[in-house]
Structure formats: structure tokens, C-alpha cells
Design a protein around this ligand. Sequence first.
Ligand SMILES: Cc1cc2nc3c(=O)[nH]c(=O)nc-3n(C[C@H](O)[C@H](O)[C@H](O)COP(=O)(O)OP(=O)(O)OC[C@H]3O[C@@H](n4cnc5c(N)ncnc54)[C@H](O)[C@@H]3O)c2cc1C
Length: 480
Amino acid sequence: MERATWPRMAVLLWMLHVTQAAIPRVAVIGAGISGGSAVHFLRNLLGDEVEIVVYEASDQPGGRTLTRTFANMTIDVGGTAIYSKNKYVSGFAKLFNLPPEDENSTNDVIGIWDGSKIRIELDTDSSWLAGAKALLRYGLSPLRIIPAVRETVKKFDRIYELQDQNRSFSSPTELLMALGLFNLTQVSAYDYFSQLGVGDLFTKELIDGASRCNYNQAGNVNSFTDLISLAGAGVAGHVFGLANGTQDISKGLVKVANRLRLNDRVTEIYDAESGYVVVSNGPAEPRKDHFDGVIVATPLEMAGIKLPAEAQQRAGHGREYQSTYVTFVHGQLNASYFSHDPMKIRKLPAALFTPEDSSSPFVSFSIHKVFADDSVVVKLFSRMELQDFDVKQIFVKVFEIFRWTWKAYPKLQPMSPENWASFRLDKRALLYTSGLETSASAMEVAAIAGRNGALLMKKALASRDEFHQVPLQSEIIGTI
Ligand SMILES: Cc1cc2nc3c(=O)[nH]c(=O)nc-3n(C[C@H](O)[C@H](O)[C@H](O)COP(=O)(O)OP(=O)(O)OC[C@H]3O[C@@H](n4cnc5c(N)ncnc54)[C@H](O)[C@@H]3O)c2cc1C
């Protein structure tokens, strides 16, 4: 190389170094749907002009989307049902070529099971809520909720338009107010439906039943969450599952991160002069790493992350999570347990809702598959662990059992606004997604919160006076 080219090389290297240093680094904590959505949308917004590092405490991405194999079939242990009008989650499934579940071998009947008998069976095939059977039992109540559900879905859908216009929100309450939905979070479903003139029987059987099935909680949850969960029940669209499970969505979303650190639990985030230091328990050793911005995409109640004092103040107060015990059983059902004709066991409703006063050990029951030998795979949710004794009553033969316990969703009762977490945990670039879950807990809600995190992050990074002019590697404290 000629001597004269040296200074030019040095200038080029220096320029490369400055360009490198100018690329902001963002940490996303949690590789569930909200973290994945934040990664996906941040990459869309900033292209290669951002370095994204995902920390995940577990050994794989997914969080509450968890897919397993059981009885030679795919089962979703957490988030399962996708509502057809949910643009993000159904869009991600299409983007990653994830096929929907085949029409399954089960019927479309819901039964209300009180622990000793099935009170009513309703075929959910067509507009069942407005059908003669429902009207005969519940009077006009079902007709009263339909317009309310449609109105809520219409308002909720505006979020897509707003986020497409790059509108971001500082807090969940601001987001819900912009959609005209916040007031619904401040009143319980019981009170809301009673104001609509919905009768007691309908509330106790179907509102409670659906609410218990979706959130393992009664209809004293906030009315917003119940209204949007009823949308999929044939009122405005339909729900579907994925043939290979929902966890593939989370896995697909985080692929566009620069680095995915599995088995790496974040224990602390603290302020640094030009950003944040993220402290974590890596698989081999504890480490500290520097970032310009951080998106916390996991409920802080369970995350065990120490935050700066100001951020802790903005992280919400008093939210608890509902424990949910999920039990999958492959076996042969005991028809007499359900007071059902053993010859017609295939006609047992594929979904059983239970009222709050039910004596049933499970809160919901759904048949996922019926095999040629009439054995079935059933998914049961309960508030306490289902004992072998309970399982043996429900099934005459048990071939296989799978159990999982979740801190599944927040207790979704109305919570006054001052206790809600913010999306912005400080005035800089420490952001949070899981505050939106105080209103409703679903994969789509997580995806919306993730996109909001990405939009806020873009703004926060742009408003910084300057990125630190030091090489990336020398800023890193510890190992990558
Ligand atoms: C049993 C059950 C059934 C459900 N059914 C449905 C349904 O049918 N339809 C629907 O739409 N929704 C459903 N949901 C809700 C839905 O699954 C969740 O709302 C959604 O998946 C939450 O995503 P998230 O990314 O916000 O949180 P999570 O999925 O909880 O992701 C958080 C991630 O952060 C990680 N993490 C936690 N702490 C740390 C730390 N300190 N450092 C690093 N990583 C950390 C966790 O390991 C986890 O992977 C269900 C949930 C459950 C539990």
C-alpha cells in the first residue's frame, strides 16, 4: 500500500467508527408477543439504523405463547385463539406462513355446566346469540349486548389507523381515551351489562361463563375486556387457532433482532449519563451492557427487575395476576360424570362454560380432538391444581396428562387511573408495554403495546441531542 493512502484510510476508518457509534442500541426485555412486536415494528421504522438486543429469561422465545406436543398433536398451553379482526396477530401469522388449524373433529356447541348438570346447550355455528334457543332462555338479553360489542370493536379498530399514522401514546389511559374506550375500563362488566338491561341469568351463565373461560375470572372484570372477548363469539368475526401453535409468532418476530440472548434474565436497569445499563444473569456469568433505550416487554410484577426510583413510580401499583392451572388430558370421557348418554359422548358440547356458583373443579373445559377410538384431548382451566382424583372422575381412562401453571393475566377488575403503569417509565427512553394489559390481556393487546413501544422509541431516539461519540464496543461494560 502506498504511503499517501494511509491518511485517507484513517479518515475512512474514523468515519466508519462514527457511523457505527451513531447507530443507537436498544434492549428489548422479554421475547413474548409484546417484545416481538416491538422488535418487528422498530426494525420496520428504523431499518438497519438501530441495533436491537433481546433479553429472554427462558430458553426460548414465546412467553405466554407456549406450544407443545401432547398425544401426538400440537397444543397451545397459553395464548391460543386469534380473533379474525385482530390485524397484527393474524397479519404476523400470514407473514410467517403459519397455517390456521384445520376444521377440527369437535362440534361447535357450548354447554353451561354447573357441576352436576348441563343447564343449556347452544350451537355457536351461526348467529347463535340471536337464535331462538338463546332468546327463549335469556329473553332479549343477548340482543342487548350485540350492538355494544360491535360498537366496542369498531372503536378498538381505530388503533390500527392511528398507529399507521405513527401516533404514539405515553400511557395506556391516553391510548384508550383516544379510542373512546377508557370509560369502559372503569366499570365492571356486571354493572355495564345491567345498565344495558341484560338479565341476571344471562350474566350468571354466559357473561360469567365466557369471562371465566377467557380470564379465569368472573364478570366483575372491567367491561372493556369482556366486550372485546365476546366479539369472537360470533358477534363480529370469528376466532381460529394455528395448526403449529402460536409460539411460532413470537419466534418469528424476534428473528429480526440483531441478537437474542436466551437464558438471560435482566435483574436491574439503571441510568447512565447517555442511556442505560442493563444488568443481567447470563447463562455463563452476570453481565452489564449499555443501551440508548430500553423497552421492558414483560409484566414487571413478576419480572424481578430493579428499576431507577422514578421508573418504579411510573410502573403502576397494586396489580395482581390471576393464577391459572392448565391441564391437558388424553383419555376416555366418563359420560355419567356429565349425566350424558354414553352412546352419544361425541355429542357432549365441545366447550363447557361454568357459572361462578358451579361446584365444578374446573372453570372451563374444551375438547380439542376426538380420535377414532372415541378418546379425546381435553384442555381444562382451573383456579387450583386439578387433582388426580378430579381427573379420574371426569375420565374413565386416562392415557396422558400435561400440567402447566401460569400467572396468566392481570386481575382485570376496574382499576383507578392513578394506579396504571405508564408506557414511559422516565422522560428519556425507558419504555414499558405491559401497562396496557391492565385493560385487557390478549395477544393482540400485547402486539399493539409493542408497536406503541417501537413508535415511542423512535421518537425518544430522535430527540436525543447526540449519540455518544465513542465506539460501540468500548461502551459495552462486560461481554456480549
Ligand atoms: C392460559 C392462557 C391462555 C390465554 N389465551 C389467550 C387466547 O386464547 N388469545 C389471546 O389473544 N390471548 C390469550 N392469552 C393472553 C396472551 O397469551 C398474553 O396476553 C400475551 O401472550 C402476553 O404477551 P407479552 O409479550 O406481553 O408477555 P409474555 O408472553 O409474558 O412475555 C414476557 C416474556 O418476558 C420474559 N421475561 C420475564 N422477566 C424477564 C426478565 N427479568 N429478563 C428477561 N426476560 C424476562 C418471560 O420469560 C417472557 O418470555 C392467554 C394467556 C394464558 C396464560
